[in-house]
Design a protein around this ligand. Structure first.
Ligand SMILES: Nc1ncnc2c1ncn2[C@@H]1O[C@H](COP(=O)(O)OP(=O)(O)OP(=O)(O)O)[C@@H](O)[C@H]1O
Ligand code: SF4
Ligand SMILES: [Mg+2]
Length: 356
């Protein structure tokens, strides 16, 4: 019999390794009101993220995969507390993050660092690498007490992102570096806080294909060496399989499937994940499925201002049943591998048997 899962677990490893957790996290943005809204006194909201739960573990990469507009960046921004969540709880080592400002919040911001998609935009063009890294070290109290200690900290940071010798980079401006080097500096700046968690929002998507692998390998090396918990956000499920230990699939603001990355990419369960895998640029890297639906999903992602009722994928789903537009499916065990789940009524075995 298929079981319903209610824990936010994202994989199969030991819970003592959990560093950061989201439980039932939502983020809704108010939409600018039209004249009619003012008259009717209504405010519409974009349901960018709804009821999302997952856990990030020490020394572990979790990928969040989904199409454009599915809410991936909003999840990262909420986890970094750049946006306050509308609902739900975020916990660092089991402690809820419920206060903004103050010592505890500063400690949270140190522990949870973000790496953005565009390294050129995230570095100030009028400042050198030395300025960016020194400032980050000072803000987080890691600059040492003497000039020699500060220089040593700068050298260590650049060495940790494989930019050596440091003297070749410290006095350069962002425009004097390649895209890959800029992203390495942005990663070094995040490391200046001595974080436990890196939230990497499409960290390689703006880099030349030829250097993407180098930056992903660097992140993997940091994960292993510093035991970092990494959230890797991407729309490229092939890179998620390569880089991540487990995968969470987002659709229209919700997580619809989760499990270890090999299982999710080789045996995708949710019809949306199957669509993602089938439309990946190099399907041979992912799956040799022969039972793909003949009538694959059609249509556009839905409006997040008034998302579809029930399962948000039902207007596009080739397997949709009557109940799919009425009731929202919970996380259901797929049953092939431990920890593999899908929010899809197809895995509600007793009801499917009863309906047939
Ligand atoms: N600050 C904001 N104000 C209003 N709406 C927002 C805001 N930030 C994001 N949104 C909306 O929330 C939804 C999710 O956006 P988000 O950027 O999180 O998606 P994404 O999955 O990261 O997309 P992409 O792959 O294109 O980066 C979108 O409809 C977007 O327009
Ligand atoms: S719940 Fe129904 S509509 Fe949603 S993915 Fe599953 S079969 Fe398709
Ligand atoms: Mg994004």
């Amino acid at each position: 019999m298929t079981a319903e899962l209610d824990a936010p677990a994202s994989g199969t490893t030991d819970d003592s390794d959990v560093v950061l957790e989201a439980e039932g996290v939502s983020k809704h943005f108010p939409v600018r009101r039209t004249g009619r809204d003012v008259v009717k006194r209504t405010t519409h909201h974009v349901h960018a993220v709804d009821d999302v739960s997952f856990a990030l573990r020490r020394g572990h990469v979790t990928a969040m995969v989904g199409e454009s507009g599915s809410g991936k960046s909003t999840v990262a921004r909420v986890m970094a507390q750049l946006h306050r969540q509308t609902a739900g709880t975020i916990r660092l080592h089991g402690e809820p993050v419920d206060v903004r400002g103050g010592r505890r919040f500063r400690a949270y911001c140190r522990a949870v660092q973000m790496v953005f998609q565009d390294p050129f935009a995230s570095l100030n063009p009028i400042h050198t690498v030395r300025y960016h890294l020194t400032r980050a070290l000072r803000i987080h109290g890691n600059a040492g007490r003497t000039r020699a200690e500060r220089e040593a900290a700068l050298e260590d940071l650049l060495a940790s992102v494989q930019l050596t010798p440091a003297r070749n980079y410290l006095d350069k401006f962002p425009h004097e570096l390649s895209g890959g080097q800029r992203q390495r500096v942005a990663i070094a700046r995040a490391l200046a806080a001595d974080p436990e968690v890196l939230l990497a929002d499409e960290p390689v998507s703006m880099l030349d294909v030829s250097i993407r692998l180098g930056v992903l390998n660097l992140l993997r090396d940091l994960k292993d060496r510093l035991r970092l918990a990494i959230l890797y956000i991407t729309h490229d499920i092939a890179s998620a399989r390569y880089f991540a230990d487990d995968i969470q699939v987002m659709y229209a603001g919700q997580v619809v499937e989760g499990g270890d990355s090999e299982t999710v990419t080789q045996s995708p369960a949710h019809p949306y994940t199957r669509l993602l895998v089938e439309s990946a640029p190099d399907p041979d890297r992912l799956t040799g499925r022969t039972d793909a639906p003949e009538d694959s999903a059609q249509g556009e992602p839905p409006s997040l201002i008034s998302p579809p009722s029930g399962c948000r994928f039902h207007p596009r789903c080739p397997f949709a049943m009557d109940r799919c537009s009425v009731a929202s499916p919970p996380r259901l065990e797929v049953g092939d591998q431990p920890g593999h789940w899908a929010a899809c009524w197809l895995f509600d075995t007793p009801s499917v048997e009863a309906a047939s």
